[in-house]
Design a protein around this ligand. Structure first.
Ligand SMILES: Cc1cc2nc3c(=O)[nH]c(=O)nc-3n(C[C@H](O)[C@H](O)[C@H](O)COP(=O)(O)O)c2cc1C
Length: 240
């Protein structure tokens, strides 16, 4: 199987250690591709809307975005990690997710995302781990992913791994290991079930795109939906 990991920080700190514990269960059995932010996507979205209106490959940051997108599409399992920074995901993670705005269901979602599985690992000192996970989950669910597991930790101690009490580290390890074992046992040849919420989003946008296409048949998103057959009988999920 293939796993793509998007690390919301380059720091080899607590977030990194938690991610390593999770991946431990897959080592030797999975091809793992990792991206570290901001290193692998160092720029902000400039808001030029070229990706929305014309072509994502004309983005000034295409050389960073294209390899990330390829790895996301090819993976069976996606892993996103982030510490809470002022109750939210890191600026680096947000900057990367902004570049994929054009992949939200109202625009040009990738069919590869429907049926994929994802795990979001966040941690915080005291509060903000859930809102951090939600920042990432918002994008993943609007990309079309239904099967998203979030695992969030509160340190309530020192923020250096070696100074976190042994008992606490053991409980983090146990939770991550059991989650990883569940994910390692999945048969990835079968796509994950696409849930009703994802389908409802799809049908809402399908109706919107049909209307937009009547007004302007050259509209980029409409042409994409039409070319995929989604305005006819084709659907991006397999368990239709
Ligand atoms: C800029 C910044 C903002 C942070 N904001 C929060 C916060 O809102 N809530 C919280 O509980 N911890 C916060 N933390 C602590 C981190 O979530 C995290 O626990 C700590 O940075 C250790 O993780 P790391 O070793 O992976 O960087 C913050 C840390 C930084 C550097």
């Amino acid at each position: 199987m293939k796993i793509t990991v998007i690390n919301g920080t380059e720091k080899k700190g607590v977030t990194y250690r938690l991610k390593e514990i999770f991946l431990e269960q897959f080592k030797g059995n999975a091809e793992i591709t990792e991206f570290y932010l901001p290193r692998d996507c160092p720029n902000f979205c400039a808001g030029c809307i070229t990706c929305f209106g014309k072509d994502q490959n004309l983005c000034k940051d295409a050389k960073y975005i294209q390899p990330i997108e390829k790895a996301l599409h090819e993976a069976d399992l996606l892993v996103f990690t982030s510490p809470a920074y002022v109750f939210h995901t890191t600026g680096a993670m947000k900057a990367m997710l902004d570049h994929f705005g054009y992949r939200w269901i109202p625009h040009r979602p990738a069919k590869e995302m429907f049926g994929k599985r994802a795990v979001i690992i966040t941690q915080c000192l005291g509060a903000g781990g859930s809102s951090t996970a939600k920042d990432i989950k918002d994008s993943l669910s609007w990309w079309g992913i239904s099967y998203i597991k979030t695992v969030s930790f509160r340190l309530m101690s020192d923020v250096k791994w070696d100074k976190i009490p042994e008992k606490k580290r053991a409980s983090f390890t146990s939770k991550l290991t059991s989650t990883a074992k569940k994910f390692a046992a999945i048969d990835y040849s079968k796509p994950a079930h696409t849930n009703l919420i994802t389908k409802a989003k799809f049908y809402m946008v399908r109706s919107m795109q049909t209307g937009l296409g009547k007004e302007n048949p050259e509209y980029t998103d409409f042409k994409y939906w039409k070319a995929n057959g989604w305005l006819d009988k084709v659907r991006p999920w397999k368990n239709a």
